[in-house]
Ligand binder design. Structure first.
Ligand code: HEC
Length: 158
């Protein structure tokens, strides 16, 4: 378990770095310029990390893990939900191998709603880990997974 939570912390650290890049790229003033390919690589890496975090939380729903250990992972996903819109600025519609679809820019409100949906669902996980309620964690985990898929269905190419 020690090794495991250390791995989660490393994931979170990487997430934080990705988030910092995203935050500066999303600023309206354009004080920082990042090549589209680099931002796309960062958001894809961030998404991959969410997948890894979800995998670790899934184990917390299945086994005898102390749910409290996974609060950091849940909080990380909450923060990611907040950060997503800023990682898809105009100018990153194309580049690298992006699977981002045009509705991200033509239906911005819907995209932001989908990101807020992830944030809210992950908040449910954070609450459940804090209260050590494994049944609540399981249903919040499922809701979070659905929030991931709901966005991918409309805004990500298969
Ligand atoms: C608001 C929309 C949205 C939400 C919510 C969202 N994603 Fe994504 N995700 C995307 C988009 C768009 C892409 C494509 C990014 C690109 O290729 O530029 C993507 C890509 C990915 C990828 C592929 C990354 C790669 O290496 O190419 C994974 C894995 C992923 N998401 C996992 C998740 C998980 C897990 C969650 C939930 C915890 C989640 N996503 C929530 C929009 C979303």
């Amino acid at each position: 378990v020690k090794y495991f939570s250390c791995a989660v912390n490393m994931l979170l650290l990487t997430s934080a770095i990705v988030l910092a890049i995203g935050a500066s790229a999303g600023r309206a003033q354009g004080t920082v310029t990042i090549p589209a390919d680099d931002l796309i690589a960062a958001r894809q890496a961030g998404m991959d990390l969410q997948y890894a975090l979800m995998g670790s939380i899934k184990r917390a729903t299945e086994g005898s893990f102390d749910a409290k250990l996974f609060k950091d992972a849940a909080d990380g996903i909450v923060a990611w939900g907040k950060a997503i819109p800023g990682l898809f600025p105009v100018g990153t519609e194309r580049g690298r191998n992006t699977r981002a679809l045009p509705p991200i820019w033509s239906d911005r409100i819907g995209f932001e709603k989908a990101a807020a949906g992830l944030e809210a669902a992950a908040q449910g996980m954070a609450k459940a880990t804090a209260s050590k309620n494994q049944a609540d964690l399981t249903s919040a985990y499922q809701a979070t997974g659905q929030a991931c898929s709901a966005c991918h269905k409309t805004y990500r190419a298969r």
